[in-house]
Design a binder for this molecule. Structure first.
Ligand SMILES: N[C@@H](CCC(=O)N[C@@H](CS)C(=O)NCC(=O)O)C(=O)O
Length: 99
């Protein structure tokens, strides 16, 4: 997955990102999720599903959700931007990131 040409990591290539999310390029919720993580200085693997039905199907299969973004912190499926922002507001995102 990390070798997929449409996937981009916001950190050094040899260090696996703890946060990964399936996104499309122009989705406002995806942009908001990227901004939230970038503003916190959190590295993430951005798996673009635009024109990649197999990756979108994988996202749906492992998350049970059809919308983008779908975000994981480690093995924990967070959900979309709404859930990510709620974790951040409640102070729980840092706990998850530090776990
Ligand atoms: N509550 C979700 C909303 C996500 C959402 O509506 N995403 C849109 C794109 S911005 C979507 O996936 N729409 C259906 C689709 O593109 O097939 C979240 O916060 O992530």
């Amino acid at each position: 997955m990390q070798s997929d040409t449409d996937s981009q990591s916001s950190q050094q290539p040899d260090v696996p990102a703890k946060v990964r999310m399936y996104t499309t390029r122009s989705c406002p919720y995806c942009m908001a999720a990227r901004s939230l993580l970038s503003d916190k200085g959190v590295a993430f693997l951005d798996i673009a599903v635009d024109s990649k039905p197999e990756l979108r199907a994988e996202m749906t299969r492992i998350s049970g959700e059809r919308t983008v973004p779908q975000i994981w912190v480690g093995e924990t499926h967070v959900g979309g931007y709404t859930e990510l922002a709620a974790l951040e507001r409640g102070g729980d995102l840092d706990l998850l990131l530090d776990a």
